[in-house]
Design a protein around this ligand. Structure first.
Ligand code: NOJ
Length: 507
């Protein structure tokens, strides 16, 4: 009898193990990789392209970039796009997320002049992907605003929403017959807070108290314009979907006190709720508690209006529900406490408005990029929260990845550990019933990491930036990702036998 019990326990245990090992990704789950125009294209002034704010920043203020580099050539994807598609086929990707350079398509920023060479480049690239059954997922704006528009105030100008719509219409008209997944903006927080509020992204405006919030409002309205333009005038014939990608890292409470939970909610509202709430909530507008906080502080600071500008009822209605899916760029987590930061209000800023303490436990491993730490259950925590909060929206993870140091080290075991843990968290998220449809790894290849220049490498493929041909070589993580995509489950024991990459039949 005893033996029987032990035996049946063993059977149950082994079964549990094999079920866990064999949890698989749905066959229609989209696996892909992501990049962005300024980070990989190069050809910064070729074939009629206009200047962008990143061209301007790196040429006029090179000291702002850690290694004084720029992306004039970077991975030179403008000339190497066929090799890029070959890499997608080697990995067996279902989808590829890339962005369009606004100033390559509209050199003046405005729709008065469309650059035929720019259109041709993206046509060729899209057609090359489609030839091999790879789904293009296209971001309209990944931070490289035409410099001419910046000189007119960029996203701080309320007319930005109209300029953006004009650009979006040109894009839908030219590529919408073949592109069915549109993302209007990449990471509004980084555009508005880091670019307008701080000096960590172009245009380095450093106007945290006011600039961040002006940008947030106009960005939401620009997104809504593009969404409605697509919905009314293109979707009926083209039949695609249009969403927005927000950087949604997880902000959980440091302790289970009500104060810490409220502080964490304030962090979520300030860090990404400003951009999700107006579109995905049921009430619309900016997040309630954070809006109240900014209004109160603005009054105390002598402003005659809240530094966070409200939407009119009409604007609110226009933004509400204006998205077919939520794109989530997820990398990391933070723990939030109510007691640490104590606002004096003396220097108004978003950080002062938040008035919270932010913690990173010492045992969370840190990547080459200091902000990027590996936290347990990070994806699961963020996505199950969004699922409940916003009534089960369709979600795509549009970025997730890990940086290593400069150089072309091909053995990137830390990245493999990160990806495996992240994808286990994706499986937990799917098990919890979240409407998650795909996962894009950042990044297909090494590229220009903004103000970190080339000091941080995110690529599944290493790029030789010294070589005029910009040779790409697969890292160990590329083989591991390929194995997961092909088998639709995570084999934690898998080791590539060789470092020679080939294209599997059917890719
Ligand atoms: C998010 C951004 O969208 C991308 O451009 C950047 O390179 C990665 N995060 C890594 O920092």
């Amino acid at each position: 009898m005893k033996l029987l019990v032990i035996l049946s326990l063993l059977v149950v245990a082994c079964h549990g193990l094999s079920v866990k090992q064999q949890r698989s990704f749905p066959s229609d789950f989209l696996f892909g990789c992501a990049t962005a125009s300024y980070q990989v294209e190069g050809a910064w002034n070729e074939d009629g392209k206009g200047e962008s704010i990143w061209d301007y920043l790196t040429h006029n203020n090179p000291g702002a970039v850690q290694d004084q580099s720029n992306a004039d050539i970077t991975a030179d994807s403008y000339h190497n796009y066929k090799r890029d598609v070959e890499m997608m086929r080697e990995l067996g990707l279902d989808a590829y997320r890339f962005s369009l350079s606004w100033s390559r398509i509209l050199p003046t920023g405005f729709a008065n002049e469309v650059n035929p060479k720019g259109i041709e480049y993206y046509n060729n690239f899209i057609d090359e992907m489609l030839k091999y059954g790879i789904t293009p997922m296209v971001t309209l704006y990944h931070w490289d605003l035409p410099q001419k528009l910046q000189e007119l105030g960029g996203l701080a100008n309320p007319l930005f929403a109209d300029w953006y719509e004009d650009y979006a219409r040109v894009v839908f008209e030219n590529f919408g017959d073949r592109v069915k997944h549109w993302i209007t903006f990449n990471e509004p927080r980084e555009i508005c807070y880091e670019g307008y509020g701080f000096d960590n992204k172009a245009p380095l405006l450093n106007s945290s108290a006011v600039g961040t919030y002006l940008c947030a409002k106009h960005l939401v309205l620009a997104h809504a314009n593009a969404y409605h333009a697509y919905n009314n005038d293109f979707k009926p014939t083209q039949g695609g979907v249009c969403g927005i990608t927000v950087s949604i890292n997880w902000f959980g409470p440091l302790t289970d006190s009500a104060e810490d939970e409220f502080a964490a909610e304030i962090a979520r509202q300030a860090e990404w709720g400003l951009y999700t709430e107006p579109i995905f909530s049921t009430e619309g507008g900016f997040p309630k508690e954070f809006s109240e906080r900014v209004a109160e502080k603005s009054a105390q600071q002598g402003y005659l209006w809240s530094r966070l500008p409200a939407f009119t009822e009409e604007e609110k209605a226009r933004a509400l529900g204006a998205s077919d899916f939520l794109g989530v760029n997820h990398y990391t987590s933070r723990l939030i406490s109510a007691t640490e930061y104590k606002s004096t209000g003396a220097v108004p800023s978003l950080v002062d408005d938040e008035d919270i303490g932010i913690y990173v436990p010492e045992d969370w491993p840190v990547a080459q990029s200091p902000w990027l730490v590996m936290a347990p259950d990070s994806i699961y925590n963020a996505l199950t929260h969004l699922h409940k909060k916003y009534n089960s929206p369709v979600i795509y993870i549009t970025e997730n990845g890990w940086s290593i140091g400069p150089g072309r080290d091909l053995i990137d075991d830390d990245r493999i550990t990160y990806y495996r843990a992240a994808l286990e968290s994706v499986l937990d998220t799917l098990d919890a019933g979240v409407n998650l449809k795909g996962y894009m790894a950042w990044s297909l290849m090494d590229n220009f990491e903004w103000l970190e220049g080339y000091t941080a490498r995110f690529g599944l493929y290493a790029v030789d930036f010294e070589d005029p041909a910009r040779t790409r070589t697969p890292r160990k993580s590329a083989f591991v990702y390929k194995h997961i995509i092909k088998n639709r489950y995570i084999d934690h024991e898998y080791e590539p036998e060789t470092m020679t990459m080939t294209i599997d039949e059917g890719n």
